[in-house]
Design a binder for this molecule. Structure first.
Ligand SMILES: Nc1ncnc2c1ncn2[C@@H]1O[C@H](COP(=O)(O)OP(=O)(O)OP(=O)(O)O)[C@@H](O)[C@H]1O
Ligand SMILES: [Mg+2]
Length: 273
């Protein structure tokens, strides 16, 4: 099998990071946006591509009013080069260049494999890191991006259903020989109702994972008020976890082992009865 990621790094300067997950509402967009900003703060030139072509909300979540979206990229495809593509991007105050999803869901089908590949290659020529947020599950479009990814972040939360479906996606990645590029992100990891992290790792048959704590007010302000937590709440626990993730991804270091959270005195006490 041709190693597409190795070919990308030879041909372009950019590295492709695809954020995916089995379910909706598990934090893919929160993580994509804030990871892109964390990488940009690390002095990388970063593009954030909304790959949820039907219902993408990266622009709303960053409080952007883009003049151009993927629709204009499709329209100018024949003459597109890295410079004209750059002029269609909307630059966020963080410096991250954003390529929003089409304005209407029916335009998602216009993103053909040829358009996807050309856009991706031009982004990788122009930017050092291209972060792609994707919609729930795996589609033909997201699969084509995943196959070309240098790093894949597979986001899950702890519920029975997300973990079960995350396991299925890991099996698919195994079959496609993409497994080595995949790292699991357990989002909202400190939620009280969470299954123990060790149990999730055991079910997924992995040794470790990135964890992002649960913090509703910080996450809500980041997405619903368009105030990204890596900019506006950079000392918060969620921001620190995402900065650490960005650093680990950049250095290629192993993910820190997971330290199980201490059980509170009250919880310990109540467990005895
Ligand atoms: N670490 C977290 N702590 C608390 N709330 C969170 C956290 N991460 C995400 N959320 C909340 O979960 C909701 C869904 O997040 P997000 O939009 O990032 O999910 P998604 O996987 O991109 O969903 P979709 O598939 O619908 O695009 C948001 O309301 C967000 O505030
Ligand atoms: Mg999303």
């Amino acid at each position: 099998m041709v190693d597409q990621a190795a070919m990308n790094s030879k041909r372009n300067k950019g590295e492709l990071i695809v954020v995916c997950g089995a379910k909706g509402g598990i934090g893919k967009t929160l993580i994509s946006i804030n990871l892109a900003i964390a990488l940009q703060k690390n002095r990388k030139q970063v593009a954030l591509w909304d790959g949820d072509f039907q219902f993408g909300d990266v622009d709303i979540s960053l409080n952007l009013q883009p003049t151009f979206t993927m629709e204009e990229v499709i329209e100018s495809m024949d003459s597109l080069d890295q410079y004209s593509l750059e002029s269609l991007m909307t630059v966020h105050e963080s410096g991250v260049a954003v390529l929003p999803a089409p304005r209407r869901p029916e335009f998602a089908d216009l993103v053909t494999p040829a358009i996807l590949t050309k856009t991706l290659n031009l982004l990788l020529e122009r930017y050092e890191r291209v972060v792609v947020d994707t919609g729930a599950g795996i589609t033909e479009q997201s699969l084509s991006l995943l196959e070309q990814a240098d790093q894949i972040l597979l986001v899950t939360t702890s519920g029975l259903s997300p973990v079960k479906h995350t396991k299925s996606i890991l099996e698919i990645f195994d079959a496609l020989e993409l497994r080595e590029r995949v790292r699991v992100v357990i989002n909202r990891s400190t939620m009280e109702s969470m299954a123990p992290i060790e149990k999730i790792l055991e079910t997924l048959q992995i040794d470790t994972a990135y964890t992002v704590p649960n913090n509703f007010s910080v996450a809500h302000a980041s997405l619903d008020e368009g105030r990204p937590l890596t900019l506006y709440k950079s000392k918060s626990d969620v921001a620190r976890a995402i900065f650490k993730m960005a650093e680990t991804m950049e250095t290629g270091a192993p993910i820190d082992p997971i330290v199980p959270p201490k059980t509170s005195f009250f919880k310990k006490h109540s467990l005895k009865h």
